[in-house]
Design a protein. Structure first.
Length: 347
């Protein structure tokens, strides 16, 4: 199985991409709204077809990216049926099985953090994605959204601790940089519920955490009951001056094919050396030369009346140049994908 653990630092949320390397079918667990471009770029670069997004629960600390993925890629949206959320076309219940290429995920209801929490278990019982029910050396809070420490105790004991000790645990969050654990580790060392803790101990612990409510609670919960659909009904705006696309590395780039047809609508900035500019690959007609090592000192020479397309030999130096330009306040900037090598291939 192809597997990626993705991270949103703002909410300390883990998202998980699982895919069949043969069929290229994929599922994305707990996507984050603000990380949509990153995740969509990864899917595109790996050549994957996203079948569905799965949210482990109705999050209170971030907005899901499920609706954005549905709009961009046509993926289905999965969430616990108990929520009755809008825009969900995979209302999930305990015991459901989701097939993705040559592997499958079993749905286990693990309520207690909220009344609709789900965990997703690979059918070989090797991995479990626990959302906020079971964390690494912790468990999800139970003081809002129909949370109940008694239900969470039973969920963890009956649905999660019943898995093999070697089963890898992938949580929905971690605030200390811990990425995973195992069922055996949590049974032995989890300070809230491990080492044969009794229900009274767990409940007393959970009822006295004294945590402040999540900062995004009033925004996130209503949005997640719409599967992440913004109140406006519109996705966040993307650059409108051309077909600019984000890369998984975090850069914005544009295809040579489009630039060739619209040279009059952009300004081309070449960041190679003067020798390269006049060398075997030549340069884009009308391009302005500012070598990369001079760019920070010469940014003021650039006008902001047209979008800037940055080019080098293969698109590596120019990618860094786009970062420099954005840091200087120039927003309509994109890297020429493939650089001059790709430009010449099209001739």
């Amino acid at each position: 199985m192809l597997f990626r653990q993705l991270y949103d630092a703002t909410s300390s949320t883990y998202s998980y991409l699982l895919a069949d390397p043969v069929t290229r079918e994929a599922v994305l667990i707990d996507p984050v709204f603000e990380r949509h471009q990153r995740d969509a770029a990864l899917l595109r670069e790996l050549g994957l077809k996203l079948l569905c997004t799965l949210d482990t629960h109705c999050h209170a600390d971030h907005v899901t990216g499920a609706w954005l993925m549905h709009e961009a890629l046509g993926s289905r949206i999965g969430l616990a049926a108990v929520y009755g959320a809008a825009n969900v076309d995979l209302p999930l219940c305990h015991g459901d099985t989701l097939k993705v290429g040559g592997f499958a995920l079993e749905v286990r209801a693990t309520p207690g953090h909220t009344d609709g929490c789900l965990s997703f278990v690979t059918t070989d019982r090797g991995w479990v994605f626990t959302g906020d029910a079971l964390l690494v050396r912790g468990a999800g809070r139970t003081d809002f959204q129909q949370g109940d420490p008694h239900r969470l105790f039973r969920s963890i004991r009956e649905q999660l601790f019943s898995l093999p000790d070697a089963c890898a645990v992938y949580p929905g969050h971690d605030y200390e940089g811990r990425t995973s654990s195992t069922i055996g580790e949590e049974k032995a060392w989890n300070p809230r519920i491990g080492n044969d803790a009794r229900e009274e101990d767990f409940v007393g612990y959970m009822q006295n955490l004294g945590l402040p409510h999540p900062k995004q609670l009033a925004i996130a919960v209503p949005a997640n009951l719409r599967a992440g659909l913004p109140e406006s009904g519109q996705a966040p705006s993307l650059p409108s001056w051309g077909p600019v696309a984000a890369t998984y590395a975090g850069f914005w780039e544009i295809a040579s094919e489009w630039v060739r047809l619209h040279l009059d609508r952009v300004q081309v900035l070449d960041v190679r050396s003067a020798a390269e500019f006049e060398g075997e690959l030549g340069h884009v007609p009308g391009a302005r030369l500012i070598p990369l090592d001079e760019l920070r000192a010469r940014v003021a020479e650039l006008k902001n009346d047209k979008p800037i397309v940055v080019v080098c030999q293969t698109g590596k130096r120019s990618a860094l140049a786009t970062v420099i330009l954005r840091q200087a306040g120039l927003e309509q900037v994109a890297n020429l994908a493939g650089g001059m090598v790709r430009w010449r291939e099209l001739e």
